[in-house]
Design a protein around this ligand. Structure first.
Ligand code: CP
Length: 312
């Protein structure tokens, strides 16, 4: 988290900004909020009297709903704005929108934008804590945190695990945030996909790049499938659906190559029958819905640490 000092936990813009301790503090805090989900009254007063603004300039189901629910479970007042149906459609700029909403003195502004760097820009225009809910192909830090939390919950630890990220890495903010987080927590990471979407240059980050899924699958402790980001790529990056499935789809047949305790993850939304078959997405090794559930505890933790008055 960026800010005057990492210790203040002012903003959450990227996982690249965080050190291992900061990531683990968020995961530990999420664990304490997990307990709240089991209560009959699923609320704590941590942000009572404070306001959270959710500002979504791009489509979202999971991230927007869980940030809204997380803020409500922390007893905050919540304002949720989407670009469609708001004055953004009348041409209001991002800066004017942020400054207008900042007039309500929010504790935190959650922003999703198709533009790389949008969250960082917003942080310069508001006194509120800013949380990046996805900025173009740059980062999606809370997705990586909930993925790390899910792996840690299921496997006990992350260090030493072999995590295989499959698909459209080039255009994926989920992949970028996951790579930074997994490496900081000591996992070994392999990226697999067509060379157009998984170029060798990623090896500079400290990961392995492979274009042969069948060779990599048997050694994976976790596979994380990525959706083809049609909205962010041009046609020439993509080899064609049939070819993609043949080489990189996690089909029912390919699933037999996985270790029995290998976790199957996907940030959603899923293209069933493309990056993963329904048998596997809905099967015993899938933790896809656990990821959704864990997103709530992670976003409660992030809102609490960034927008709350407590110092972690
Ligand atoms: N994983 C994710 O960001 O999903 P949404 O686009 O539905 O928020």
């Amino acid at each position: 988290m960026t800010g005057p000092s990492h210790r203040l936990h002012r903003h959450l813009i990227s996982i690249e900004d965080l050190d291992r301790d900061a990531i683990e503090r968020i995961l530990d805090r999420a664990e304490s909020f997990d307990e709240v989900q089991g209560r009959e009254i699923k609320k704590v007063p941590a942000l009572r009297g404070r306001t959270v603004v959710n500002l979504f300039y791009e489509a979202s189901t999971r991230t927007s709903s869980s940030f809204e629910l997380a803020a409500k479970r922390l007893s905050a007042d919540v304002v949720s704005i989407r670009s469609t149906g708001s004055s953004v459609e009348k041409g209001e700029s991002l800066k004017d929108t942020v400054q207008t909403l900042s007039a309500y003195d929010p504790a935190a502004i959650v922003i999703r934008s198709p533009h790389v760097g949008a969250a960082q820009l917003v942080a310069g225009w508001t006194p509120a804590a800013v949380i990046n809910a996805g900025d173009g192909k740059h980062e999606h830090p809370t997705q990586a945190l909930l993925d790390l939390y899910t792996i840690r919950s299921k496997k006990g630890a992350i260090a030493g695990l072999h995590v295989v990220i499959i698909g459209d890495v080039l255009f994926s903010r989920v992949a970028r945030s996951n790579i930074f987080g997994l490496l900081k927590l000591g996992a070994r990471v392999t990226l697999v996909g067509p060379s157009t979407l998984v170029p060798r240059v990623f090896e500079k980050l400290g990961v392995t790049v492979s274009h042969k899924l069948d060779e990599v699958l048997p050694t994976a402790d976790v596979v994380n499938l990525l959706r083809i980001q049609h909205e962010r790529q041009r046609k020439e990056y993509f080899p064609g659906i049939g070819e993609y499935i043949r080489l990189f789809g996690l089909t029912k047949e390919r699933g037999k190559k996985l270790k029995p305790d290998c976790l199957i993850m996907h940030p959603g939304p899923i293209n069933r029958g493309v990056e993963i078959d329904s048998d596997l997405a809905d099967g015993a090794q899938s933790v896809i819905l656990d990821q959704v559930t864990n997103g709530l505890a992670i976003r409660m933790a992030v809102l609490y640490l960034c927008g709350g008055i407590a110092t972690p």
